[in-house]
Write a protein that binds this ligand. Sequence first.
Ligand SMILES: Cc1cc2nc3c(=O)[nH]c(=O)nc-3n(C[C@H](O)[C@H](O)[C@H](O)COP(=O)(O)O)c2cc1C
Length: 183
Amino acid sequence: MDVFEAIEKRTSIRSFREEQIKDSELELILHAAERCPRIGSLDIIVLQDREKIAKISDAAKEAMIAAGGWVRGRAQTPGYNPLYKAPTVIMLYGRPGQPFLETTTGIATGMMIMAATALGLGSVTVSSIRHGFSSPKGKELYDMLGLSRGEEVLLSLSVGYTDDPTLHEMKGSSRNNVAIVRD
Ligand SMILES: Cc1cc2nc3c(=O)[nH]c(=O)nc-3n(C[C@H](O)[C@H](O)[C@H](O)COP(=O)(O)O)c2cc1C
């Protein structure tokens, strides 16, 4: 699949089969992050431990419900699971204050999404896990991942094979606002 086909095919996938992705596929996805333009280093943890993934997901959901408002409504959607029970969760973290950390993280995530799409895998970017990491259960989660409190989990990417690309679909209606200035 060339890059333009992958761009057309890419969409957030929120329903995953239990089957784990191949190590060779994971390597190609991580290589895409390795190849991303960056300022500073990228810190990544790949979780393929279902129990640990469930712990992070449960803590995020609990914290989302406690947060109230739109976030609570989302967390209470029937069948909602913040990480969508993906067999692989790629978590990006770093030390706040590192220049352009969020930007580099976002670019790396985008590169990994394109690699996953080109491999025929489904993926969804998930920021909701931050609710769990900043909640009272956060310390337990940081300890579980071997991270210090000076490090912050920024974003994660749930990856796996899908049977149902439209389940839990959540399309925003916003469009890009593009201006082209030519001479
Ligand atoms: C920074 C960022 C954080 C996101 N966080 C979540 C999330 O926590 N949960 C979720 O289901 N989708 C999340 N998304 C996915 C968006 O909801 C999705 O990209 C958007 O609705 C457009 O749909 P599409 O990706 O299928 O085109 C996130 C996307 C971005 C860029």
